[in-house]
Write a protein that binds this ligand. Sequence first.
Ligand code: PAF
Length: 287
Amino acid sequence: MQIITTKEELQAMVKACKAKGKTIGLVPTMGALHAGHASLVQRAVNENNVCFVSVFVNPTQFNNKEDLAKYPRDLQRDADLLHSIGADFLFAPTPEEMYSAEEMNTTFEFDFAGLDQVMEGKMRPGHFNGVVQVVSRLFYLVQPDKAYFGEKDFQQLAIIHHMVERSSMAGTFGKLQIMDCPIVREETGLALSSRNERLSAQEKQTALAISQTLFASQKWAKEAGATVASVQQRVIDTINAVDGLEVEYYEIVDQTTLLPTDTFRHAIGCITVYCGPVRLIDNIKYE
Ligand code: PAF
């Protein structure tokens, strides 16, 4: 596996691969890789001739400087894991390589068609502007045939689909396909996340109530008289009753528009919970 740190070198590698008629899979990440990322990379390796993985803790998507500073970083460990899975190229640029000073300090403008006004977007203003900024730049640089994203960040995935649909009209990303990859969970049900590294053993135990409640809610949704509003409230109350957990939001929304819905058809419940100081997210699909 080759490690690349500059855009110029990256584009030269991409050009060489394309010249040989190779298909390219891209897995954008912020590093601190876990088995969830590994499953995306494994798919990208299996489904394409070459696999590029980016590891870049993108400063423009953090609206909290402390969160950015605390984000776990271990490039050597990430590189070893990627190498063992069979990735071909690791792109690990510095922020200065990715952005000019002006880009770093101004909000990237994008028409989200309202997808950024709910849930994570409401709680973390500007977050998705930074995500679209970095993902569109990576797509431009790597020109992948397929790009892989986890469903754990469901709103991010919905926004990336929207971005690609809008730009493919202009032909920007060619025939790029976005590959949605299911959440990977520990045996206990806890959704894998780089943030889990910040949980103490006790907090990790406490956090299990999140996925357990979400799974239970799939059954609650089938009970006689259950409504979206009643199930939503029951999830919030059940999790808030656990010592050490505090729900920031739980919203059952349409999987495409992310708008509130009153039917479980094509619905997804998205949750953010504070487990001690650590902010965890998870989701569950209903039908
Ligand atoms: O999901 C992530 O890790 C990040 O938001 C992404 C897509 C790599 C962009 O920085």
